[in-house]
Write a protein that binds this ligand. Structure first.
Ligand code: DP6
Length: 329
């Protein structure tokens, strides 16, 4: 049989230093390095089978046929895989998330990481971690960080060949938690891709880029030293800066909501009371509460007391994208 079927699982990730803005939007070459942690309870599982009997790609996400925008993006990624494998065969793709889509838990990261691994294996390719990361990046920038395990840095690089993610530390290195306080499960109104494109219209982007090398160094150091206070202050600064760029883009993009601000204010109170917890935000309404494992129950319990918080999802550092025999079809 020339082609097989393959299934893979990939974690989403939470950025400590954000990717916001591209220097090449088609190849998704970012303006800056970014650093993240994989999330073990926010995963996507994807099965891909190339089938000579198909006239067209068949894409199912959750229990539904992909909509036009999702389909175009997945087909473009399958085309990248077909070009690498030098095949033209169409594929059947089923994908399922363990978390709600489009709510700022970066579902595109786990989705394109899982799709990259499953599709290349199903096409008979065996890519290295670096090659997979480069491929995943072209589907969704943050997906390149979901290929290696644990704590990861995406090196912006100088071209497609050297813009990929590498591991800074394995998942077991630091028992951190990301307690995601879900404030909304409705689809976000402006996607990240649009946000990246708008970033260069903010008069503050240059200022952000100037300060990033020092902040990246602080975060690398904080991870190596397992120093939560240093990590926490750097990630809060970076999250606010991401939203400042979004809000000052032309036209402006607001991801903030009253519920999100109430959670951020609560974090300040909890910290003043001695709880070691820091927040970060993605391009959505939810708040990611970063703390040590020993404080995760206390953080989750307090978050659940805030009326705006619909649910919490507690994540430990997650693994690399990996194959599984549990096929979706
Ligand atoms: C705010 O990777 O979702 O989550 O490349 O267009 O798919 P595309 O964008 P995406 O952007 C992520 C933006 C972010 C910050 C981050 O994860 O670094």
């Amino acid at each position: 049989m020339p082609f097989g079927k393959a299934t893979s699982i990939a974690c989403s990730n939470i950025a400590f230093i954000k990717y916001w803005g591209n220097r090449d939007a088609t190849l998704r070459l970012p303006l800056n390095n970014s650093i993240s942690m994989n999330l073990d309870h926010a995963t996507t599982i994807t099965t891909v089978a190339f089938d000579a009997a198909l006239n067209d790609d068949e894409i199912v996400i959750g229990d539904q046929k992909a909509n036009a925008a999702q389909r175009a993006r997945v087909v473009a990624h399958l085309d990248r895989v077909r070009a690498l494998a030098q095949i033209e065969t169409r594929a059947r793709v089923h994908s399922r998330n363990t978390f709600p889509m489009g709510v700022g838990i970066a579902s595109s990261a786990s989705a394109f990481a899982a799709l990259s691994l499953a599709a290349t294996r199903a096409a008979g390719l065996d890519l290295s971690e670096r090659e997979l990361s480069i491929l995943a990046r072209q589907g969704s920038g943050s997906a390149c960080r979901s290929i290696p395990a644990g704590f990861v840095e995406w090196q912006a690089g100088t071209s497609s060949a050297d813009s990929y993610a590498v591991q800074l530390a394995p998942p077991s290195f630091w028992d951190l938690r990301d307690v995601i306080a879900v404030v909304s499960t409705t689809e976000k109104h402006v996607g990240s891709t649009e946000g990246h494109a708008a970033a260069t219209s903010s008069p503050f982007l240059a200022e952000r880029l100037k300060g990033l090398p020092a902040r990246l160094a602080r975060v690398r150091h904080a991870i190596a030293a397992r120093d939560l206070a240093t990590l926490g202050s750097a990630i809060e600064e970076d999250a606010i800066e991401l939203h400042m760029i979004a809000m000052t883009s032309r036209p402006p993009i607001f991801y903030w909501s009253p519920g999100m601000v109430r959670v951020i204010q609560a974090v300040h109170h909890w910290r003043a009371e001695g709880l070691g917890v820091y927040f970060t935000l993605d391009a959505g309404p939810n708040v990611h509460l970063i703390c040590e494992a020993r404080d995760a129950n206390a953080v989750a319990a307090r978050a659940c007391e805030i009326p705006d918080v619909l649910q919490v999802i507690v994540n430990a550092p997650g693994d690399a994208a990996r194959l599984t025999e549990e096929h979706l079809f």
